[in-house]
Design a protein around this ligand. Sequence first.
Ligand SMILES: C[S@@+](CC[C@H](N)C(=O)[O-])C[C@H]1O[C@@H](n2cnc3c(N)ncnc32)[C@H](O)[C@@H]1O
Length: 266
Amino acid sequence: MYDIPIDYFVSPITKSSLIQKNENLLADNDGCEFHKNKEHGFWNFLPNRSPLYNEEEWLSFQKLIKNFVISYDKDPSKNVSYNARPDALLFGDFCKYHGEVLDIGCGPHPVPSYIKFKRKEDVKYFGIDVLIGEQPKEHNFIQAMGEHLPFKDGLFDITISGTSILHYVDVKAGIREALRVTKKEGYLCIWLGVKSDEAPPPTESPEWYKSLEIPDGAENPFHYKRYTEEYFEGLFEECNGILIEKEVHVVDKWRKNIFFRLRNNN
Ligand SMILES: C[S@@+](CC[C@H](N)C(=O)[O-])C[C@H]1O[C@@H](n2cnc3c(N)ncnc32)[C@H](O)[C@@H]1O
């Protein structure tokens, strides 16, 4: 079911090439091994520990992931591109799919709606996420961290992040990695949701939300940091990205969805 050519892969941390030991096992030159999931057949490239993060950040990353799982379970239509949400459909149009597309942080469902309702027959879709989520996926899936993609440089025509990179502890590492695996003439599409500090808090939060722990150093249960449009845009240059297009969709007085299209400046 999952059929990603082995020669697409490199070691997620060192980026060295991989040796195939057997049908279910890859290894890098340092002896790190990567296994195929026995039940579902996708490759697992999650590192035991990211060298980018100190102990506290690593624990916070894990708590954020735990909170995501609860929110997707309790209220998927608000927290992921689960159904034909107008914002997800607009993002699907913005991505202008062609060639080979990698969705980074593809979510817990078989396929996010910005692909489900906008799929093009001649396009090959790939997805990565930390979470296994519902299986099987309706695209080629691997388990990995967006900060440590196990793909060769310049592989994909389009890389996309539907409200995923903005959840990382190190968002710059996420943008750099996404651009690294994007073809020079390709592009990265990022969907950023922004909310003003003046937005009134919800009149009542559900019990499940109240029970979530805010990870150390994080601004809220789901975001290590919340970004303004200007701040987020200011990160692109540092991440070797050039902004080539931006679309802003105003949701209400306090909320906007912003779609960015970036090229790799390397
Ligand atoms: C708000 S959801 C969006 C999912 C999907 N793109 C959608 O719109 O339905 C954020 C996703 O990013 C994933 N994610 C968070 N941090 C990640 C990381 N460091 N590496 C890869 N995926 C990550 C989460 O597991 C989650 O599936």
